[in-house]
Write a protein that binds this ligand. Structure first.
Ligand code: BGC
Length: 693
């Protein structure tokens, strides 16, 4: 059936429904579910978070988890990890794993992926998002969504739009110029909703130019429906609707929230009453219901033709491992410190809380009840086996209070603006404990030939409803790393987390530094494989690793986490677009990532075919290891206007090569014009070739 046929059929079914029945379909009747209409065989719409796997079951009207043993799932790498792999096929595969598991768990809509732009490194939900770059985001999010929807499950891209901070997220009003909105913050949504055909989209909590996103005339009516012609279903974020009249007359289709008074939601009884009084036209509800029924038809929810899906399959775990392997980024590797040798390593000291910490069950709505999660420490032990001695020292401790099981953060998530800037707790007892842990780690470090530090962030920092105050490593890790490097200069530093951290205190002393985003259930195994050379790292940073957060344009030109209003004064100069144009040196630039082998770029040239422009290159692996290189193509317009960045990513390709092997690749250069300069490189600052169109 084509779209028009679905629409006709859906409209005919809508005509048979009573107002009461229709109202039941356009708002949450449970925390993750709407009402169906049994007499006509219309099922409820079942939704679930989230981006790193299908979330555990909650009771219908309580933020308490059911606690059965049947909702453990495959724990996927976060979207930032996926983005670090720069691999479109893996994005499709990850989407497909998520979609198949969602269907396997009986869901209709999976509330993922998050595709907001990383405007500041301090935003607590950055790990759920792909990148600071709209091109990279869309190139991965489109196949991701297509992979999800293979399984008769709808993706729900979120959060539309300009949702780039957690502080005051329910009320903050984003002020942004039209060019920045359209060139940085909207393109990924546009592509995913049109080309990617995402069947649903979630509106954001924040306001944009004075209007709440979930009832915004500009965003929903003018842009999404009229300009983009989107006919999928728009779902509100949980508690993001504030007015019956505005929501009903906007193109929002379903209102969801975190409270249990389902009949009192703005698009529940209050809307029915206004329609009965003639204050709002019933036709607006018909439109919404027709779109919901179209969605149900497209998902085969009523025709007995639906795919069944599966969860926790060995194939899913294998995919997750593949993604984790490709997501790890080798930031620094002087004197070929890495890889470590499996044969020669007999005694290893592993230091750091993150070596032994599991992350799957933290982070807000992206939390996962993982079937299992391999920690880095377990990964190393699994790889080295019983003949090596692996000793663990914690090195530092966290300071969060243990969350009580009775209170789910989501229950109170609409209070106090919905988000805050986190702060560290420092007590004399904590300081003392850390001194002791440091002393223990230091005395052990001197006795071991191989020392690996594994620290970084956890979901106390990378968390929904929370922004970081700065980029500093928490828990006095800087001091610990610095002191450890003084006694053990070849110590391998591994950082895991969801967003970049300051490294100024010790980076010049460290020889080898590895970065891993939250990499899913197989993350620890993948990390060990990289450290010991079973896997050659091929991840590249999908965002700028600033030296400090004030080197980021959102902080030094624009405003970040203002209480009521936040002005994106930096315009289009987001991420590397700012640093490259205004010559601000990052710690590690966008697109950076080393390999154990070397790649040589040869015979690059511009090829024009069928009105399209490509760069063709021969990439040779001239080193000893097999490996993969992500070749990046940046567009640099010649006569720059004052408001244009010096370069922008417009193409990439990842190529796998055996030692000595050469492959010819062709990369399509998007949006280029005659006279433009094309730059081809291994990162945004390691440009190997330039050519003019
Ligand atoms: C988050 C959404 C999530 C929803 C449902 C909200 O707090 O912003 O991303 O999908 O809750 O859990």
């Amino acid at each position: 059936m084509n779209k028009n046929q679905y629409k006709e059929k859906a409209a005919a079914l809508t005509a048979k429904l009573t107002l009461e029945e229709k109202i039941g379909m356009i708002h949450g009747a449970q925390l993750f579910q709407t009402k169906g209409v049994e007499r006509l065989g219309i099922p409820p719409l079942k939704m679930s978070d989230g981006p790193m796997g299908v979330r555990q079951e909650f009771y219908p009207a309580s933020w308490k988890t059911v606690g059965n043993s049947d909702d453990f799932v495959t724990y996927l790498p976060c979207n930032s990890a996926l983005a670090a792999a720069w691999n479109r096929r893996l994005a499709y595969d990850m989407g497909s794993v998520l979609g198949e598991e969602a269907r396997g768990r009986g869901k209709d809509v999976i509330l993922a992926p998050g595709i907001n732009i990383k405007r500041s490194p301090l935003c607590g939900r950055n790990f759920e998002y792909f990148s600071e770059d709209p091109y990279l985001t869309k190139e991965l999010a489109v196949p991701f969504v297509q992979g999800v929807q293979l399984w008769d499950v709808a993706a729900c891209v979120k959060h539309f739009a300009a949702n780039n901070q957690e502080t005051e997220r329910l009320w903050v009003d984003v002020e942004i110029d039209e060019t920045a909105l359209r060139t940085i913050y909207l393109p990924a949504f546009y592509e995913v909703l049109t080309k990617g055909d995402s069947l649903t989209v979630m509106g954001a909590y924040n306001k944009l130019r004075g209007e709440h996103c979930c009832q915004s005339d500009y965003l929903l009516n003018q842009l999404l429906r009229r300009e983009w012609g989107y006919d999928g279903v728009v779902i509100s974020d949980w508690g993001a609707v504030h007015d019956t009249y505005l929501a009903a007359n906007s193109q929002l289709d379903i209102e969801m929230s975190v409270t249990y008074d389902f009949d009192s939601y703005f698009m529940a009884d209050p809307l029915r009453e206004k329609i009965e009084k003639g204050e709002i036209s019933e036709a607006v509800v018909d439109e919404k219901v027709t779109r919901i029924l179209m969605l149900m038809m497209r998902l085969h929810m009523m025709d007995g033709q639906r795919k069944t899906g599966e969860y926790n399959t060995p194939e899913h775990r294998q995919k997750v491992l593949e993604i984790a392997r490709e997501s790890i980024v080798l930031l620094k590797n002087e004197h070929h410190c890495l890889p470590l040798s499996v044969e020669k390593t007999k005694r290893v000291l592993v230091i750091g809380d993150n070596a032994d910490m599991l992350h799957s069950n933290g982070s807000g709505s992206a939390e996962i009840k993982a079937l299992y999660e391999i920690s880095p420490l377990m990964g190393i032990k699994m790889l080295l086996g019983g003949n090596a001695q692996v000793v663990y020292a914690r090195g530092y401790c966290r300071d969060e209070e243990e969350a009580s099981d009775d209170v789910n953060w989501q229950e109170t998530s609409l209070e106090n603006g919905g988000g805050r800037v986190g702060s560290a707790q420092e007590t004399a007892a904590l300081a003392q404990k850390r001194r002791e842990l440091r002393r223990e780690a230091l005395s052990l470090a001197a006795q071991y030939e191989t020392v690996i530090f594994i620290g970084g962030l956890n979901h106390a920092q990378d968390c929904e409803g929370n922004d970081r105050p700065d980029m500093k490593l928490p828990y006095e890790q800087d001091l610990l790393i610095k002191e450890l490097l003084a006694v053990k200069p070849d110590m391998i530093v591994v950082l895991t987390g969801g967003s970049p951290v300051e490294m100024n205190a010790w980076i010049s002393d460290a020889r080898a530094v590895v970065w891993s985003y939250y990499a899913g259930m197989e993350g620890g195994r993948a990390l060990a494989e990289v450290l010991f050379g079973k896997i050659n790292p091929s991840g590249k940073l999908p965002e700028t690793f600033y030296k400090t957060h004030t080197d980021c344009s959102a902080h030094c030109i624009g405003e970040f986490s203002g209480e009521e209003r936040v002005s994106y004064k930096e315009g289009v100069f987001v991420g590397y677009r700012y640093n490259d144009t205004f010559r601000v040196e990052p710690q590690f630039c966008f697109g950076h990532g080393l390999s154990y082998t070397e790649f040589c770029y040869e015979k690059c040239r511009i090829v024009q075919e069928d009105g399209k422009t490509f760069v063709q290159c021969c990439i040779a692996n001239t080193g000893r290891y097999e490996g993969a290189e992500t070749v990046q193509l940046y567009l640099a317009p010649p006569n720059l206007g004052k408001k244009e960045p010096v370069q922008e990513l417009k193409g990439f390709d990842k190529v796998f090569l055996l030692p000595g092997q050469t492959k010819t690749i062709r990369i399509l250069a998007e949006d280029c014009r005659e006279g433009d300069m094309l730059r081809v490189g291994s990162s945004s600052r390691d440009i190997r070739w330039m050519g003019k169109i």
